[in-house]
Design a protein around this ligand. Structure first.
Ligand code: PRP
Ligand code: URA
Ligand code: MG
Length: 216
């Protein structure tokens, strides 16, 4: 897996990441969602530099220009719920992508043990396509792996990009064994550790709850 950590160079991205972590600013759910969306746009821009481009002729009012634009073969797949605002940001740039939505949640056996339940699954065929799999939090890595295992039934993508906002070192190590070695991970920032509940520390808390409210 090729890991691209985006906050290793300083940019306005750092401000958006800082705001989604901030326990006071987090009270504004609209700002939280919007910042995740803005980070999605930055990830889209960075990721776009590694896509396959093809030549096309564009007709202007005064002539014709040969331009190179990304091949229209993207499937943008997000993991519900927390993936929705990230999906929104990515889709602002990859506006002609096909879309997939898959749900994943932690079903707890006790405080620290859980399994991932994948229930809602809507995806187009993936054969030969460029799959972008988006989820803001890469904690233990179990959700993104469970979703990818399900996606395999929908075909074999030509290339795979993972788009995440905050990850843990442990989660990144864990997922490496499950994805093809050519998979590219685009992640805004990486934290040191997980706590005993599998939450990223310092992380930001529960991304789904912060974006959409606490669930039962
Ligand atoms: O790497 P993992 O340990 O699997 O954790 C990461 C998952 O946790 C969050 O979803 P959550 O289960 O909180 O569901 P939600 O989006 O409905 O809140 C997040 O969006 C990931 O899908
Ligand atoms: O830190 C974490 C871990 C899982 N899910 C989240 O939203 N945050
Ligand atoms: Mg959650």
């Amino acid at each position: 897996m090729i890991v691209n950590i985006l906050d290793t160079k300083k940019s306005i991205l750092n401000k958006f990441i800082s705001e989604i972590r901030d326990v006071v600013i987090q009270k504004d759910a609209m700002r939280f969602r919007r910042n995740i969306g803005r980070i999605g746009e930055i990830i889209a821009y960075e990721l776009s530099q590694s896509l396959v481009y093809e030549k096309n002729a564009v007709t202007t009012p005064l002539g014709t220009k040969i331009v190179e634009t990304p091949k229209k073969d993207i499937v943008l797949c997000s993991i519900l719920r927390a993936g929705l605002p990230l999906h929104d940001g990515l889709l602002n740039y990859f506006d002609d992508a096909e879309n997939a939505f898959i749900s994943a949640y932690r079903k707890h056996r006790n405080d620290s043990e859980f399994e991932i339940k994948v229930e809602y699954f809507a995806s187009p065929n993936l054969d030969g396509k460029t799959l972008i799999l988006a989820d803001p939090m890469l904690a233990t890595g179990q959700s993104i792996v469970a979703v990818y295992e399900g996606l395999k039934k929908h075909g074999t993508p030509k290339e795979i990009h993972l788009a995440c906002v905050i990850g843990s070192k442990e989660g990144i190590d864990y997922i490496k064994d499950y994805f093809p070695s050519t998979t590219k991970l685009w992640i805004a920032t990486v934290d040191e550790k997980l706590n005993s509940h599998g939450y990223i520390v310092p992380g930001l808390g529960d991304a789904g709850d912060l974006a959409f409210g606490v669930k039962l």
